[in-house]
Design a protein around this ligand. Structure first.
Ligand code: ADP
Ligand code: MG
Ligand code: MG
Length: 303
């Protein structure tokens, strides 16, 4: 079980005189929950996602981002109970990912001739490596450094380590996940830059999350530009993340449409860098009928 907690989070663009974008965001997302983060364009939704992931374009000026995990998240590692509370703002993006925060990543278009399957296996091994490193004691660190020196490396495969998931083992994991997501196996053997359609990229994002088994997945506009069939597939995939692996989902969306397919437990409305209203699925329906203006009116009348 995990809880991601944003408290009074303030962030600005990381340059001199950079614009203040987040103005005190409070939000708590637990394992197995689906939260919809909605709001008009420019309200700060994507910035929230990127600050959670540790994007260097933003500087946190106040507030906290904490992750609480319980012991069974660490069956693969030996750790003390005391280590189960993390201030994510002290950690690098890859360390956050290793602890179970997922933000769908863009396609490295510059990498030619790499299949989706290799890309995914590399991503999984990178996460497992980083995770082991986070908990390694100093002796093991020294040993690992010695070991690494002797390994063959390639840009996509990285150091070949005993602990890493090999090709055959990964094939089995991938087949299971693709079946879970009802995806065609041929997908995985396509090349990364071989013209995936917009919808296929979104489906890949869900597949990445299925393979990395995050505690909390942040999916930013995963519904944009999808036709109904693909929207249904992606939505089934999101439900599978929750149902099969207990992932908590923060689903960022401008439109209510995807929420007809994946019913959120909680709906939040962001305006001008703050979450100004939260509720259940009925809130999303109200937004669909009436847009965002009434929320703005309500907030500014109250102020
Ligand atoms: P949303 O995802 O809700 O549409 P964003 O978080 O992308 O909103 O952006 C919120 C506001 O911050 C917008 O006005 C946007 O132009 C601005 N902004 C976001 N990122 C940057 C950046 N890196 N540099 C300058 N302005 C930015
Ligand atoms: Mg956005
Ligand atoms: Mg778990």
């Amino acid at each position: 079980m995990a809880t991601l907690e944003l408290s009074n989070l303030h962030a600005k663009v990381a340059e001199d005189g950079g614009e203040q974008i987040l103005d005190g965001v409070d939000l708590e997302v637990g394992s197995g929950e689906i939260h919809a983060l909605m709001g008009p364009n420019g309200s700060g939704k994507s910035t929230t996602a990127k600050v959670i992931a540790g994007h260097p374009a933003y500087e946190v000026t106040d507030g906290e981002v904490n992750l609480h995990l319980d012991g069974d998240e660490f069956e693969d590692l030996e750790v003390d109970e005391a280590d189960l509370h993390w201030n994510l703002l002290d950690l690098e993006p890859n360390e956050r990912a290793a602890l179970g925060i997922f933000l769908g990543f863009q396609y490295p278009a510059e990498i030619e001739g790499v299949t989706m399957v290799n890309f995914l296996r590399t991503a999984l091994n990178a996460k497992l490596d980083e995770r082991a490193e986070l908990f390694e004691d100093e002796d093991e660190d020294a040993e690992a450094d010695e070991d690494d020196a002797g390994y063959e490396t390639s840009p996509m495969e990285g150091p070949v380590d005993e602990g890493e998931v090999g090709v055959e083992e990964f094939q089995a994991i991938l087949s299971e996940k693709m079946e879970q997501l009802d995806m065609d196996e041929s997908f995985a053997n396509r090349y990364l830059n071989a013209g995936f359609s917009g919808g296929e990229k979104k489906q890949n994002e869900v597949l990445q999350a299925a393979i990395l088994e995050p505690e909390i997945a942040v999916l930013d506009e995963i519904d944009s530009g999808l036709d109904i069939d693909r929207l249904q597939d992606v939505s089934n995939g999101i439900e599978a993340l929750r149902d099969e692996q207990g992932t908590g989902v923060l689903q960022i969306t401008h439109y209510q449409r995807i929420l007809d397919y994946v019913e959120p437990d909680h709906v939040h409305v962001m305006l001008d860098g703050q979450i100004v209203k939260s509720g259940g699925p009925e809130l999303a329906e109200k937004l669909e009928d009436r847009g965002y203006d009434w929320v703005r009116d309500e907030v500014y009348e109250a102020a």
